[in-house]
Design a protein around this ligand. Sequence first.
Ligand SMILES: Cc1cc2nc3c(=O)[nH]c(=O)nc-3n(C[C@H](O)[C@H](O)[C@H](O)COP(=O)(O)OP(=O)(O)OC[C@H]3O[C@@H](n4cnc5c(N)ncnc54)[C@H](O)[C@@H]3O)c2cc1C
Length: 457
Amino acid sequence: MRVAIIGAGPAGLFLGSALAGRGHDVVAVDRDAGPPADGRWARPGVMQFHHAHGFRPQVGRALEQEWPDALAAWLALGAEPVTFTVPGMDRAAAGHRSRRDTFERALRAAAATVPRLTIRQGHVDGVLTSGGRVRGLVVDGSPVDADLVVDASGRSGRSVDSLRDPSVVGGACGMAYVDREYRLRDGAEPGPLFNGLAWQADLDGYQVLVFLHERGYLSVVLVRPTADAALKDLRHQAAFEAVCRAVPGLAEWTDPERVEPASSVLPGGPLRNTYRGQRSRDGRPCTPGLVSVGDAVATTTPIFGRGVATTFVQALRLLALLDGEADPRLVGEPFGAWCEENMRPWVVDHVTMDGDAVRRWEGGDVDLSRRLPSDLILAAAEQDPAILAATGGYLSMLQLPSSLDPVEPRARAVYESGWRPAFAPGPSRGELREVVAAALRGSRGTPDRQALPSSRG
Ligand SMILES: Cc1cc2nc3c(=O)[nH]c(=O)nc-3n(C[C@H](O)[C@H](O)[C@H](O)COP(=O)(O)OP(=O)(O)OC[C@H]3O[C@@H](n4cnc5c(N)ncnc54)[C@H](O)[C@@H]3O)c2cc1C
């Protein structure tokens, strides 16, 4: 079978290698030229490329199963496997510490050695169709024939929009973020940790996170309500650094004796949670010969670090369907049904959770008139340990968010008693605005030293 893939990001490369390994002829087309031999990989088509990433165990497991050479390349570039204790499940793999850049460099390097897989640089203008099915791609104006087209074009991909049902579940979630990469100084110990991959603090009106990467690299992430326009100024180095000093946990992490900056402050866009199924514009369950996968199907905010895991879990499912189906035109429909059942709930979970978090950031109380969002169920375990034992499946993503339903009434009882999760120590969002404004007043005339590149090494 000839397979043409739109996009050579994690979804495109993983599927491309696995399908080529099954004897198919695969071309993955991406407008990106791939990593340069030296220096920074700009990757303009993937806005989150230089932003904080953590990698769940599903990612390493999928590579081990389908593409061990890529896992070996990732480990050789420094990716660090970590373990933690999952409630009710003993010690388990927690995932890998790695920068996204490091991860994708490993995939690209391994992909270059896969027989029958071609990575072609170009822009996919659209798809070739006839007889109600997709028959290939148009790349920079020229046709590329294929028996199956895989849309792995990410959350901003548009090249199959003319065929796909435009309706999406979710949208912008009301949160925006800014982050910066640091590196531990030689011999310095990490700061406070929540688990082996990250540290998180929920303050009055906003959230801060630290993601650990490989070889001492780490990212500090500040998440704010999009509506709080004054906090757009967090993108300025003086403001970012002032906030890091003002939030006690971050002050520990970013102590100049512990870390040094490894990048400029990286402004991110508004965060999104979206699900888009396989249905075609003309109402069919799918367009025969076309299947969408990865972020093109499900995009979630990074707070739980789920995106690459949901991408690879989808890819494994698609491979299993293709393995059992001689006619590739027919996989879109069962894959779509599987995505509805197994991917959509994660997006809906984020839509509910993130939307409600923003509402509470604006002063709203816990809403007991509907099912509690998953983060509030998890938080209630602090008061009722019986809840904790039921959270492992959700936290590890081995079970769907509905696995928390049986303990939701216990969590509800905790909130009905009047208990509320305490804010982590640090300024409220109103106070944070003052910290930011004062930092900018103090730095007037001092240009942002924003030229520091995201370093490699
Ligand atoms: C801020 C942020 C932080 C995140 N943090 C995490 C995290 O901690 N952990 C985690 O697991 N996930 C995280 N994610 C999610 C993760 O980045 C995505 O799940 C992942 O990128 C999905 O991979 P993909 O291959 O589906 O899409 P992408 O990585 O977006 O790749 C799509 C590719 O398609 C190419 N393309 C698109 N259209 C065309 C065209 N017409 N012609 C040619 N090429 C095209 C693009 O150039 C790109 O290379 C985060 C996301 C965001 C936004």
